[in-house]
Design a protein. Structure first.
Length: 162
Protein backbone atom coordinates (compact mmCIF):
# COMPACT_ATOMS: atom_id res chain seq x y z
CA UNK A 1 0.00 0.00 0.00
CA UNK A 2 1.02 3.64 -0.43
CA UNK A 3 2.81 5.94 1.94
CA UNK A 4 1.46 8.76 4.06
CA UNK A 5 2.34 11.20 1.25
CA UNK A 6 -0.08 9.28 -0.99
CA UNK A 7 -2.88 9.83 1.53
CA UNK A 8 -4.97 12.96 2.00
CA UNK A 9 -6.97 13.89 5.08
CA UNK A 10 -10.36 15.48 4.57
CA UNK A 11 -13.81 15.73 6.11
CA UNK A 12 -15.98 12.71 5.43
CA UNK A 13 -18.83 13.01 2.95
CA UNK A 14 -22.04 11.03 2.64
CA UNK A 15 -20.48 9.20 -0.32
CA UNK A 16 -17.90 7.74 2.13
CA UNK A 17 -20.58 6.09 4.24
CA UNK A 18 -20.23 2.50 3.00
CA UNK A 19 -16.45 2.48 3.41
CA UNK A 20 -16.80 4.13 6.83
CA UNK A 21 -19.27 1.45 7.91
CA UNK A 22 -16.58 -1.19 7.29
CA UNK A 23 -13.91 0.78 9.16
CA UNK A 24 -16.23 1.52 12.09
CA UNK A 25 -17.30 -2.13 12.22
CA UNK A 26 -13.63 -3.10 12.56
CA UNK A 27 -13.18 -0.63 15.43
CA UNK A 28 -16.55 -1.19 17.14
CA UNK A 29 -17.60 -4.76 16.23
CA UNK A 30 -20.41 -4.96 18.82
CA UNK A 31 -22.55 -2.60 16.72
CA UNK A 32 -24.11 -3.92 13.55
CA UNK A 33 -23.32 -2.56 10.10
CA UNK A 34 -26.89 -1.28 9.96
CA UNK A 35 -26.45 0.65 13.23
CA UNK A 36 -23.21 2.18 11.95
CA UNK A 37 -24.86 3.11 8.64
CA UNK A 38 -27.81 4.82 10.39
CA UNK A 39 -25.53 6.78 12.72
CA UNK A 40 -23.17 7.78 9.93
CA UNK A 41 -26.03 8.97 7.75
CA UNK A 42 -27.24 11.27 10.53
CA UNK A 43 -23.74 12.59 11.28
CA UNK A 44 -22.82 13.12 7.62
CA UNK A 45 -26.13 14.86 6.91
CA UNK A 46 -25.61 17.12 9.93
CA UNK A 47 -28.62 15.68 11.76
CA UNK A 48 -26.94 13.70 14.53
CA UNK A 49 -28.62 14.18 17.89
CA UNK A 50 -26.44 15.06 20.85
CA UNK A 51 -26.88 11.96 23.01
CA UNK A 52 -24.36 12.73 25.74
CA UNK A 53 -24.88 15.77 27.95
CA UNK A 54 -21.19 16.63 27.96
CA UNK A 55 -20.93 16.89 24.15
CA UNK A 56 -21.12 20.48 22.95
CA UNK A 57 -20.59 19.93 19.24
CA UNK A 58 -21.35 16.66 17.45
CA UNK A 59 -18.55 14.74 15.81
CA UNK A 60 -16.62 15.73 12.78
CA UNK A 61 -15.37 12.71 10.89
CA UNK A 62 -11.97 12.95 9.26
CA UNK A 63 -10.96 10.36 6.69
CA UNK A 64 -7.62 9.34 5.28
CA UNK A 65 -8.13 8.77 1.57
CA UNK A 66 -5.55 6.83 -0.41
CA UNK A 67 -4.67 7.76 -3.97
CA UNK A 68 -7.00 5.00 -5.27
CA UNK A 69 -9.91 6.66 -3.37
CA UNK A 70 -10.17 3.93 -0.74
CA UNK A 71 -10.35 5.01 2.86
CA UNK A 72 -7.29 3.99 4.83
CA UNK A 73 -8.66 5.21 8.16
CA UNK A 74 -10.82 7.67 10.03
CA UNK A 75 -10.96 9.77 13.16
CA UNK A 76 -14.11 11.06 14.84
CA UNK A 77 -13.68 14.13 17.02
CA UNK A 78 -16.14 16.24 18.93
CA UNK A 79 -16.12 19.04 21.43
CA UNK A 80 -16.90 18.17 25.05
CA UNK A 81 -17.60 20.42 27.98
CA UNK A 82 -15.03 18.49 30.03
CA UNK A 83 -12.90 15.33 30.09
CA UNK A 84 -11.05 13.46 32.81
CA UNK A 85 -7.72 15.04 33.62
CA UNK A 86 -8.42 18.22 31.63
CA UNK A 87 -9.03 21.77 32.81
CA UNK A 88 -12.78 21.87 33.58
CA UNK A 89 -13.05 25.57 32.78
CA UNK A 90 -12.54 25.07 29.02
CA UNK A 91 -14.06 22.86 26.34
CA UNK A 92 -11.96 19.87 25.24
CA UNK A 93 -11.51 18.26 21.86
CA UNK A 94 -12.34 14.57 22.28
CA UNK A 95 -11.34 11.69 20.05
CA UNK A 96 -14.35 9.40 19.96
CA UNK A 97 -12.90 6.94 17.49
CA UNK A 98 -9.62 6.55 15.63
CA UNK A 99 -8.81 3.69 13.30
CA UNK A 100 -6.36 2.89 10.53
CA UNK A 101 -6.89 -0.26 8.44
CA UNK A 102 -4.30 -2.96 9.04
CA UNK A 103 -2.63 -2.77 5.63
CA UNK A 104 -2.16 1.01 6.04
CA UNK A 105 -0.60 0.98 9.51
CA UNK A 106 2.97 2.02 10.37
CA UNK A 107 2.99 4.64 7.61
CA UNK A 108 2.14 7.77 9.58
CA UNK A 109 -1.53 7.89 8.58
CA UNK A 110 -2.78 7.72 12.18
CA UNK A 111 -0.38 10.51 13.16
CA UNK A 112 -1.60 12.61 10.21
CA UNK A 113 -5.27 12.09 11.17
CA UNK A 114 -4.47 13.06 14.73
CA UNK A 115 -2.59 16.22 13.70
CA UNK A 116 -5.61 17.42 11.70
CA UNK A 117 -7.91 16.61 14.63
CA UNK A 118 -5.66 18.58 16.99
CA UNK A 119 -5.74 21.54 14.60
CA UNK A 120 -9.55 21.31 14.54
CA UNK A 121 -9.67 21.32 18.36
CA UNK A 122 -7.39 24.39 18.47
CA UNK A 123 -9.68 26.15 15.97
CA UNK A 124 -12.57 25.51 18.39
CA UNK A 125 -10.69 27.28 21.20
CA UNK A 126 -9.45 24.14 22.94
CA UNK A 127 -6.21 24.12 24.89
CA UNK A 128 -6.41 20.34 25.41
CA UNK A 129 -7.52 17.23 23.58
CA UNK A 130 -8.45 13.93 25.20
CA UNK A 131 -9.09 10.35 24.20
CA UNK A 132 -9.67 6.95 25.73
CA UNK A 133 -9.15 3.30 24.97
CA UNK A 134 -9.94 -0.04 26.54
CA UNK A 135 -7.60 -1.18 29.31
CA UNK A 136 -6.65 -4.30 27.30
CA UNK A 137 -5.94 -2.40 24.04
CA UNK A 138 -2.20 -2.13 24.52
CA UNK A 139 -1.56 -1.18 20.89
CA UNK A 140 -3.81 1.88 21.20
CA UNK A 141 -2.20 2.81 24.50
CA UNK A 142 1.30 2.64 22.98
CA UNK A 143 0.24 4.73 19.97
CA UNK A 144 -1.40 7.39 22.15
CA UNK A 145 1.68 7.63 24.38
CA UNK A 146 4.07 7.70 21.41
CA UNK A 147 2.14 10.70 20.07
CA UNK A 148 2.39 12.68 23.30
CA UNK A 149 -0.75 11.66 25.18
CA UNK A 150 -0.43 10.94 28.89
CA UNK A 151 -2.48 8.57 31.04
CA UNK A 152 -4.64 10.57 33.46
CA UNK A 153 -6.81 7.81 34.94
CA UNK A 154 -7.53 4.09 34.85
CA UNK A 155 -10.97 2.79 35.66
CA UNK A 156 -12.72 -0.56 35.82
CA UNK A 157 -16.51 -0.34 35.52
CA UNK A 158 -18.78 -2.77 37.35
CA UNK A 159 -22.46 -3.63 37.19
CA UNK A 160 -24.84 -5.95 38.96
CA UNK A 161 -28.24 -7.02 37.74
CA UNK A 162 -30.90 -6.53 40.42
Amino acid sequence: MGSVSDTSIRLAQLSDRDQLVCLRKALWPKSSAEEHARELTLILEGKAPVTMPLIILVAEILVAEARDRTLAGFLEIDLRSHADGCNPSRPVGYIEGWYVAGDHRHKGIGRKLLAVAEDWARSQGCAEIASDTWVDNEVSQRVHEALGYEVVDRCVHYRKTL
